[in-house]
Write a protein that binds this ligand. Structure first.
Ligand code: HEC
Length: 148
């Protein structure tokens, strides 16, 4: 009986020390959580939109490479696998051409297809394929391709 009590005591003590260690271990995790909270708040504020940028660009690039590069080319210069289409896929690395494409027109062309902006119907409408945020990411990425 005594022995069992002793074992219980040891078990209890080690359980306690595990708790204490776990408790200490929690400190940095907790401050990490606070940071995350701060980040969310920052992203929510318009002033910190730039903080979203690295992720937005990365995501825009991923989507562009996956869905658009086949025609528009990995660098956006229009030399994708389907190079030779007439008319050629838009060249997003052409500064002069990009000047004719303000963001609103980019959004419209992407969401409703190139025919919606008076071009051919060679670029399909993508509005149903992406969330509006994803289209923002793609537009954001496209506007960097001419080296802006
Ligand atoms: C099947 C090939 C193809 C795919 C895939 C494609 N495009 Fe296009 N895209 C074209 C062609 C061709 C044009 C040129 C149309 C014209 O000038 O008549 C074009 C033009 C555009 C334009 C310019 C419209 C303008 O006003 O000149 C934008 C913006 C565009 N594409 C965005 C995208 C995005 C974003 C994706 C991926 C989500 C994409 N395209 C995928 C072929 C494609």
């Amino acid at each position: 009986m005594q022995k069992i009590m002793k074992i219980r005591k040891i078990a209890l003590l080690s359980a306690l020390s595990v708790l204490v260690i776990a408790g200490c271990g929690k400190q940095p995790a907790k401050s990490g959580k606070d940071d995350a909270k701060k980040n969310t708040a920052a992203v929510d504020s318009a002033a910190a939109a730039n903080q979203k940028r690295p992720y937005a660009l990365k995501e825009g690039k991923r989507l562009f490479n996956h869905y658009c590069a086949v025609c528009h080319g990995e660098t956006g210069d229009g030399s994708g696998q389907y190079y030779g289409l007439t008319p050629a896929p838009a060249n997003f690395t052409d500064k002069a051409f990009m000047k004719t494409l303000p963001d609103e027109k980019l959004f419209k062309a992407i969401i409703e297809g190139s025919a919606s902006v008076g071009k051919s119907n060679m670029c399909p409408p993508w509005g149903k394929s992406f969330h509006s945020e994803e289209i923002e990411f793609i537009v954001g990425y496209i506007t960097t391709l001419a080296g802006k």
